[in-house]
Ligand binder design. Structure first.
Ligand SMILES: [Zn+2]
Length: 256
C-alpha cells in the first residue's frame, strides 16, 4: 500500500517537472511576449581583477545583446519591437557546481540537475522574474590563459558563460553570453568539436559567398569567422556575427 503510494507520489513529481519544463520551453520559443533574460555576474577566481570588472558593469554594458537579438529577429521576419529584454542582476557570491569535463551521459544529466538545484537556491530575486538566467563567471586573464567551456541548458533555461575579466574582451564576452543564451532556447552548436571550425553551410554567416573563404562574419552558433580552410577567428563583438536560418528555426523565429 505504502509502496504504491510512494511510487505514485514520485511519478507525480516527475510528471510535474516534465510538464513544467515542456511549458517553459514552449513559452520561450513561442515569442508571443518579450523574453526576459537576466545575467548574474560571479567572481569565479576570487581575484581583484574580476571584482573590478564586475563592479564596473552597468545596464548599458549588456545592452548590445538585446539590441542585437532585436535586429536579428527582424532579419528573420519576427517584427517585435523588443523580442528580448536583457537585464543585469546582482552579483552572486556562490559558485555553481563544476561541469564534468569528460563524463558519461549520466554525469551530464546529474550535473544539469545539480545546476538547476544550485540556480534555484542561489539566484537572487529580481523585479521581473526572468525566463532565462545566464550566470557570467569571470576570471583574471593575467592568471588564467584559458577558461572552462561554457554551457547552455535548454531544459531549465540556464546558461553558464566563462569569461575574461578585461575590457578588451568585453565584446567577445557578449558574444559568448549570447551564444549560451541561444542554447537555452534550443539552438545547437554548428562547429566541429574536434577543431572548433564552423561546419558548412549552417555554421557559416554567408554560405553563398563566392569564393567561400574568407568570411567576414561568424554565424553565432558556428562560433568563429572562417578565414581559410584550417583557421577561424574569434569574433571581437556581436557586430561581427549574425544568426543564420537554421539557428533561427531552432529557436522558433522561423516556423518549422
Ligand atoms: Zn555552444
Amino acid at each position: 500500500m505504502y509502496k504504491k503510494l510512494r511510487i505514485g507520489i514520485l511519478l507525480f513529481i516527475l510528471l510535474t517537472v516534465a510538464v513544467s519544463t515542456w511549458r517553459a520551453n514552449a513559452k520561450v520559443t513561442g515569442w508571443q511576449s518579450t523574453l526576459q533574460v537576466a545575467l548574474f555576474p560571479i567572481n569565479a577566481d576570487g581575484s581583484a581583477a574580476s571584482q573590478r570588472y564586475i563592479d564596473a558593469l552597468q545596464a548599458s554594458s549588456i545592452e548590445p545583446i538585446g539590441d542585437y537579438l532585436g535586429e536579428q529577429a527582424k532579419q528573420h521576419g519576427l517584427n517585435k519591437l523588443y523580442p528580448v529584454r536583457v537585464s543585469l542582476g546582482p552579483a552572486i557570491q556562490s559558485l555553481p557546481p563544476a561541469q564534468p569535463t569528460r563524463g558519461s551521459a549520466l554525469d551530464a544529466i546529474v550535473w544539469s540537475l545539480k545546476m538547476r538545484w544550485w540556480a534555484w537556491r542561489n539566484t537572487p530575486a529580481t523585479a521581473i522574474r526572468p525566463d532565462v538566467r545566464v550566470y557570467q563567471l569571470y576570471y583574471d586573464p593575467a592568471t588564467h590563459s584559458s577558461v572552462p567551456d561554457s554551457a547552455g541548458l535548454a531544459k531549465g533555461q540556464i546558461g553558464i558563460a566563462h569569461l575574461f575579466a578585461t575590457r578588451q574582451m568585453h565584446g567577445s564576452n557578449l558574444v559568448v553570453t549570447t551564444h549560451e543564451l541561444l542554447h537555452t532556447l534550443g539552438a545547437t552548436d554548428k562547429y566541429d568539436p574536434r577543431n572548433g571550425l564552423p561546419i558548412f553551410p549552417a555554421g557559416y554567416a554567408e554560405p553563398e559567398l563566392n569564393p567561400r573563404l574568407p568570411q567576414q562574419f561568424a554565424e553565432i552558433m558556428g562560433g568563429r569567422i572562417p578565414v581559410d580552410e584550417g583557421r577561424a577567428e574569434i569574433p571581437a563583438s556581436l557586430g561581427a556575427t549574425l544568426i543564420g536560418p537554421q539557428t533561427a528555426r531552432e529557436i522558433g523565429w522561423i516556423k518549422k
